[in-house]
Design a protein around this ligand. Structure first.
Ligand code: AMP
Length: 249
């Protein structure tokens, strides 16, 4: 069984991004970039499926600039067997990514695609769902447990007030939630081994996909700065302020 894991290169979660002065977006020049954390969880899960003997091959796919090769190498250091870079300098919106991944799925015929539930840069949470729709495959989003048996996957999802457990007939799409697993620490020997793994590069044109953006960003702005707080002398003063200034009680 082949498992395909799309991995996105995003601004590292520790970086505090700044809005560009022309408000056209955020400044990502010379900031640290890393694999989207939910995708690390997806690669970890696929690797565990391989270690259990359920999966036979883990394929990582990244769409974007040349440097996404580093993201693919990290995926291979965790445990992916090979990588495909769909290289483009174009701005990729979720629908374009889903269309690119659909063509790769048509060619590679994975039984399972595990994506992150969302990319922490655009917070779109759309690619998995769009890919499922384009392929006509069943989907389970926000998985906190995945068990594969035969041609079915049993997926546990955390929902308001409890757990939902659903059976999916493979091939299927699953997106990862934070609690699915804790990705392993990537060791130096595995980083070295990953350098020798197969990494193929194609372009959207090779795949016959038009990636032109469908949405236009009008403006990006910082959240309004919060006013400084004040210290109150006692509870009575606090209640007075809440009643007469904030008028919330
Ligand atoms: P999003 O819908 O943009 O929040 O992304 C959800 C998931 O889709 C991510 O966690 C990745 O698994 C996958 N994905 C999104 N963009 C890309 C990309 N450029 N390359 C590879 N995978 C991607």
């Amino acid at each position: 069984m082949k498992v395909l894991v799309p991995v996105k290169r995003v601004v590292d979660y520790n970086v505090k991004v700044r809005v560009k002065s022309d408000q056209s977006g955020v400044d990502i020049a010379s900031v640290k970039m890393s694999m989207n954390p939910f995708d690390e969880i997806a690669v970890e899960e696929a690797t565990r499926l391989k270690e259990k003997g359920v999966a036979t091959e883990v394929l990582a796919v990244s769409c974007g600039v040349t440097q996404c090769q580093e993201t693919l190498r990290t995926a291979m250091a965790i445990g992916a067997d090979r990588g495909i870079l769909i290289q483009t300098d174009a701005e990729l919106q979720p629908l374009a990514v889903a269309k690119l991944l659909k063509v790769v799925c048509d060619k590679e015929q994975p039984s399972l695609v595990i994506l992150g539930k969302q990319a922490i840069d655009d917070d779109a949470s759309q690619v998995g769902q769009m890919l499922a729709a384009l392929l006509g495959w069943p989907q389970a989003t926000y998985a906190s447990k995945i068990e594969v048996a035969g041609d079915t996957a049993k997926v546990t999802r955390e929902v308001d007030g409890g757990m939902e457990i659903i059976d999916l007939k493979l091939p299927a799409i699953v997106t990862t939630d934070l609690r699915l697993n804790e990705p392993r620490y990537v060791t130096l020997p595995n980083i070295m081994k990953a350098k020798k793994k197969q990494l193929d590069t194609v372009t959207p044109q090779d795949l016959g996909v038009d990636v032109a953006p469908r949405l236009k960003t009008l403006k990006v702005s910082e959240p309004a700065a919060r006013k400084a707080g004040v210290k109150v002398a006692d509870v009575a003063a606090l209640v007075d302020k809440l009643k007469n200034e904030a008028k919330v009680v």
